[in-house]
Write a protein that binds this ligand. Sequence first.
Ligand code: AMP
Ligand code: MN
Ligand code: MN
Ligand code: MN
Length: 295
Amino acid sequence: MAAMTRPHASALLNADLHCHSVVSDGTLTPEQLAPRAKANGVELWALTDHDEVGGQHRARQAALAVGLPYLTGTEISVTFASVTVHIVGLGFDPDHPGLLQGLASTRGGRDARALEMAQQLERVGIRGSYDGALKHAGNPALISRTHFARFLVETGVCSDTHDVFRRYLTEGKPGYVPHRWARLGDAVRWIREAGGVAVLAHPARYDHSPTAEYALFSEFKAHGGQAVEVVTGSHSAAEYLTYADMAQEINILASRGSDFHSPNESHTDLGALPLLEGRLTPVWTALDDRIHWPH
Ligand code: AMP
Ligand code: MN
Ligand code: MN
Ligand code: MN
């Protein structure tokens, strides 16, 4: 295997280590995503559904069937300094009981939150949003704001998902229900104990003060977090640079992923982002023995 694993030490690899399927809030199945990733030139892939690993065996099988190396993945919702933060886990054992229990407890509050969201929307005249959102959820245990967004677009209340999050479901807007997700230290621990690597997802998207951001990175590292997403669908080119510098400065591995959700909604397709800069050490250097190889 040594000869085959060698090229994967390079930053110049079209790795896409962040995307979603119908098992969370994506619109494609794992079986649809794998060939799409392959066709787009992805060379190493991970499906990272929110708070859920129910699609992992399917994704791995679908990837290997099209000759695509695969890493297990998930994206855990965390609350840090009153802000929702996402931690991607890669290369873990998808059947690890501690991880499964942690993810189940993180998902646990979603249904009650969704009912509250629907009550709020009802108060501004939008009826039936709980049932409407649930219809879009491929996994009823994973009802998310994205499913409400699809309902609001479908019923003509909003023109697209961008319009939804501008007018609804975000802080200060109808349909926003504050929620306490997992603790940072717990999320990192679940991933590590299952043999995986924890990655701080899309750091530019958090509404933290500079002090809180510094604390986030420090605590993430102190808990055993090893990587940060540098190139991701929701970062600008300037943000790639900011977090590439940050990764070097604090000596942390770099990750790359589209955060693709849907052909109709995502502006970044699987495998379509710029590669990581050669000066960075990619997260897959720490995951060489966790990659599932096609035969
Ligand atoms: P939830 O986990 O239920 O809070 O839903 C979060 C999901 O909503 C994210 O993973 C995104 O898919 C989506 N989302 C959140 N904010 C936005 C936004 N401003 N624009 C588009 N999608 C968003
Ligand atoms: Mn999402
Ligand atoms: Mn995210
Ligand atoms: Mn995501």
